[in-house]
Write a protein that binds this ligand. Structure first.
Ligand SMILES: Nc1ncnc2c1ncn2[C@@H]1O[C@H](COP(=O)(O)OP(=O)(O)OP(=O)(O)O)[C@@H](O)[C@H]1O
Length: 607
């Protein structure tokens, strides 16, 4: 493809981390400086097209920060104050749609473990390319990345053995290569790989540079052989660029300054040793290195802007269908996951039957509390199934974030695909379980519609809990945070369902929690349904118990359909919030794109 020859330059890049109030207090107490922490101080430079540049530096020297700045992943620089400009072929970066020119390979590959290598690439290519180009482009990338041997192997992960770590890294690069970027950024691509895979990946990056791409990667502790494969090295130390040039000339440069690399030692370790603060001489040495490194501002020549990848929109419904197909393949192949789900449900079914088989004789007053209890228990169990199923969304969210960087599909299509695939998948289980339990426990069957209503409430419950699960997983930063919040949200709703505390006993200032409790509506609706044909008069003649009027006893006076309506409104509201949280993530990622578009518009039309 044609987009090659991209030169990237940066001017006066600085990154500082302001101190938080508590940090300032601690430092003031210990007599330390309360000035912001400098991570990178005013660096400028240029990387020529068709080169492979490795950013080296000790841990914390700002390699990733610099890479994020160059690759425009500004949301990762959130806690830092950054200044500086980036030029592409001599033009300010804002003049072009940068995401269509550059690809970014994250340190951790986020791929679906039950898809095969070729399928993974096919799906992504199908979002971006016209139908007739998908196969040929995937073939081309598979060839280029040396993935021919494993193209029909599963990606694999915790649940399933799949391709090797090196192959996984190649697939992550292949995913970015599908849009044929002119610049490729890689964050520590060799981390976690054995030396053979790390070396062959470095060779691959050299090959990509040879075909004209500008490849920039941060690397942690390369071995001597890998170092020998480096084309350009940019060494960070003392907040500045200490060396930027041919890797081969690096040792000669430092030798001239009086720092000889000992024989048989790893050059990369020698260079890192020079810029790592270990003794009193460090400050003096760094001063010497800074003076010796070129201070002249690089000449940025204006060249033609690179042509960028034109994504042909495939349409909202096609996006949904591709996303649903992808989820379907990934989920249905997870045989172990499905097996555990089935075992858990069958166990629950059997235990409930053992404890409650035909326990609810619908004519006896003593069964009222049993019925209240079992209906509640079944609904709570279904709620946990719903919330628990959403944990798979945490991987999907990571994939969504990666794919949004290149605007692969719309957030609405993603969320719709989740609703259209995941929910029906669970609802089949809920439907079957609800039906069996109802019959086996012996709940009221005065009229056949009662059983269907009961199951219908369970299905809406499942939709509701899915919404809560999705919302918490998307809105909170990670799985740990959402796993901590989910039980809390469920327990609060359980507490105010009217089962543990009667509605009339809830303090006035907590009434709003009662109105938000999905269990309140689901339980009230199912109880109303259950007691619809309960004869109070007949009971009063037999007994003198307040349970003879269970509706009054449990304060469940609202009509069952109104309860269903309230349940549905909460469900829609929670799903809406979940979607908005997703759109917010995408908007943050797209913000740079729109900002760039506005800048282009202003520059073209007003300046
Ligand atoms: N968004 C951020 N908010 C606050 N501090 C940050 C942020 N990003 C980076 N830093 C800080 O900047 C410094 C440099 O971080 P960076 O990740 O760029 O280093 P690195 O050279 O890539 O390190 P490593 O090799 O260990 O990954 C660190 O002290 C880090 O805590």
């Amino acid at each position: 493809m044609a987009h090659r020859g991209v030169e990237i330059a940066w001017q006066n890049f600085s990154a500082v981390r302001p101190l938080s109030r508590s940090e300032k207090k601690i430092r003031m107490k210990s007599g330390g400086s309360i000035e912001p922490v400098t991570i990178i101080n005013n660096i400028s430079g240029i990387i020529k097209s068709g080169t492979y540049t490795t950013i080296l530096g000790p841990s914390g020297s700002g390699k990733t920060t610099f890479l994020n700045f160059l690759s425009n992943r500004l949301h990762y620089l959130g806690g830092l104050e950054c200044t500086g400009e980036v030029f592409i072929n001599g033009h300010p970066r804002s003049e072009l749609d940068y995401n269509s020119v550059a690809g970014y390979v994250m340190q951790e590959e986020v791929l679906l473990e039950h898809l095969k290598v070729r399928e993974t690439l096919n799906f992504i290519a199908s979002f971006k390319l016209p139908k007739d180009k998908v196969i040929s482009r995937v073939d081309e990338v598979i060839g280029q990345l040396g993935l021919k041997n494993c193209e029909y192997n599963f990606i694999g992960g915790y649940m399933k053995k799949g391709i090797s770590g090196g192959e996984k890294k190649r697939v992550a690069i292949a995913v970015e290569m599908l849009a044929d970027p002119s610049i490729l950024f890689l964050d520590e691509p060799t981390t976690g790989l054995d030396s053979f895979n790390a070396e062959s990946l470095t060779e691959l990056m050299n090959d990509l540079a040879k075909i004209g791409m500008t490849v920039i990667a941060t690397i942690h502790q390369p071995n001597s052989y890998i170092f020998a494969l480096f084309d350009q090295v940019l060494l960070l130390g003392g907040h500045e660029v200490i060396y930027h040039g041919k890797a081969k000339r690096a040792l000669r440069h430092f030798r001239k300054l009086g720092f000889e690399c000992p024989e048989f030692s790893n050059p990369a370790e020698f260079l890192l040793g020079l810029v790592t603060e270990t003794d009193d001489k460090f400050a003096d040495n760094i001063k010497v290195f800074k003076e010796a490194s070129t201070k002249d501002f690089p000449v940025i020549e204006k060249k033609e802007l690179p042509s960028h990848f034109e994504r042909k929109p495939i349409g909202f419904f096609k996006e949904i269908s591709l996303l649903v197909n992808r989820s379907m393949l990934n989920v249905t192949r997870n045989k172990m996951g499905i097996f555990y789900k089935c075992v858990a449900n069958v166990c629950f079914l059997l235990l409930t039957l053992a404890a409650y088989y035909q326990a609810c004789d619908s004519t006896s007053i003593t069964s009222i509390t049993d019925r209240a209890g079992i209906i509640f228990l079944v609904q709570v169990y279904m709620a946990f199934i719903g919330v628990n199923s959403t944990t798979s969304l945490s991987t999907d969210k990571a994939i969504f974030i990666r794919e949004q960087a290149s605007k692969t599909y719309s957030p609405a299509a993603f969320y719709m695909s989740k609703l259209m695939f995941d929910i029906p998948f669970d609802q089949i289980i809920v439907f079957i379980m609800g039906f069996f339990l109802y019959l086996a426990i012996g709940l009221s069957l005065e009229h056949v519609h009662q059983i269907f209503f009961f199951v219908f409430v369970l299905l809406i419950m499942d939709f509701n809990t899915r919404g809560w699960g999705n919302f918490l997983l998307i809105a909170l930063p990670n799985l740990e945070a959402s796993s901590a919040a989910t039980p809390f949200v469920l327990i609060i709703q359980l507490l105010f369902a009217g089962v543990f505390i009667n509605y009339d006993s809830i303090p006035i200032y907590l009434i709003w929690l009662e109105h938000l409790s999905m269990f309140k509506y689901s339980w009230s609706a199912a109880m109303k349904n259950e007691l619809e044909y309960w004869d109070i008069e007949k009971c009063n003649k037999r007994e003198t118990s307040p349970l003879c009027d269970p509706i009054k006893f449990y304060s469940i006076t609202i009509d069952k359909w109104i309860n269903v309506l309230a349940l549905a409104i909460i469900a829609i509201g929670v799903h809406l919030f979940a979607y908005l949280s997703l759109a917010r993530i995408a908007k943050n990622l797209w913000l740079d794109f729109f900002k760039d578009r506005i800048m282009i518009f202003i520059m073209k039309n007003m300046l």
